[in-house]
Design a binder for this molecule. Structure first.
Ligand SMILES: CC(C)(COP(=O)(O)OP(=O)(O)OC[C@H]1O[C@@H](n2cnc3c(N)ncnc32)[C@H](O)[C@@H]1OP(=O)(O)O)[C@@H](O)C(=O)NCCC(=O)NCCS
Length: 287
């Protein structure tokens, strides 16, 4: 890797890319049908592979999900100079996506999720071993996955089942009201934001979020026009600029600086073993 050329990063955009040719069992750079995959989307998946799969140890087959072909994606690039001083081709450095309404229900506080066949599924939740199975079917207090302070020997994983309320909550149609969301209003979810580790701290993450927010502000009815499910979701309640992120807790400061506020009513949950909280921001889309 050479050093960065001074100058502005730029983005490439792809709306609602087909993922039919994308094989989730291969990393982005080894896709057998790469010629049939949109170049920008492939670049996004290259960043996501390096950040989420390699760095954060998310299983490879959990990266592509059912929201990818519904979403708009942005990829950030920068030029860089090779060590021999030659200008090298542009370098892909980061990505983000905007997922349209309707969203799947807010995660259940304390639950652990994983992606199976592209669909986000509740696996269950961690409880202390001393929590014996209860007659009323309720689960014990939810806990984070094992850590140094709560070793695996003290915990057990209770798998979600059809009758414990966890699995049932996933298929319930209406969402629950939280502090910042009434359970009904359509909102756009920003996600899969990633900047390659060697390019962090250069405001590229901020640039990507701002690019997506500016686009939403300029195109507030885009999804209504292009996605029949989004149009149906806004039949009774129009999109009014509400944007959500499911933030990894280490990135709270990053989103707070961008104006997002934690929704205390969403609690915390774990996706692929990584703790998340919900945050919202409202864009002014009235002009
Ligand atoms: C989160 C991430 C996208 C930030 O990208 P970045 O390009 O390094 O961030 P920026 O340089 O734009 O940072 C903007 C501001 O947020 C702060 N910030 C960045 N990452 C932060 C973090 N993890 N925690 C707290 N603050 C953070 C920066 O200090 C900066 O603050 P400043 O404006 O006061 O200087 C990047 O760290 C990343 O890809 N992480 C791994 C993937 C990930 O966790 N994604 C988030 C999933 S929710």
């Amino acid at each position: 890797m050479g050093r960065l050329i001074d100058g502005n990063p730029f983005t490439s955009f792809v709306a609602r890319p087909s993922t039919d040719a994308y094989d989730p069992s291969f990393e982005a750079s080894a896709q057998p049908r790469s010629d049939e995959i949109d170049r920008t989307f492939l670049d996004a998946m290259t960043v996501r592979y390096k950040v989420f799969i390699v760095e954060q140890k998310v299983p490879l087959e959990c990266e592509l999900d059912e929201d990818d072909p519904r979403s708009c994606h942005w990829v950030a690039y920068m030029g860089h100079r090779a060590d021999n001083g030659q200008a090298a081709p542009q370098q892909v450095v980061g990505c983000i996506r905007a997922v349209p309404y309707p969203q799947s229900p807010h995660p259940i506080p304390g639950a652990a999720y994983t992606i199976v066949d592209g669909v986000n599924r509740i696996k269950g939740r961690w409880v202390r071993k001393s929590n014996e199975a209860r007659d009323d079917g309720e689960l014990g207090s939810p806990l984070p996955p094992p850590t140094a302070s709560t070793p695996p020997s003290e915990l057990e994983f209770v798998t979600a089942s059809a009758d414990d309320g966890l699995a049932a909550a996933q298929v319930a149609g209406a969402d629950r009201a939280t502090v910042l969301h009434n359970g009904i209003e359509p909102y756009i979810k920003l996600g899969r934001i990633a900047v390659l580790s060697e390019f962090r701290g250069l405001r590229l993450g901020q640039f990507l979020v701002q690019t997506a927010l500016d686009w939403i502000k300029a195109n507030p009815t885009y999804f209504d026009q292009h996605d029949s499910a989004a149009a149906a979701a806004t039949a009774g309640c129009k999109f009014a600029g509400l944007v959500c992120v499911h933030a990894q807790t280490h990135a709270l400061g990053f989103y707070t600086r961008l104006g997002f506020v934690i929704d205390e009513g969403m609690g915390t949950w774990w996706e692929e073993g990584i703790q998340h909280v919900g945050m919202f921001l409202r864009l002014d889309i009235t002009q």
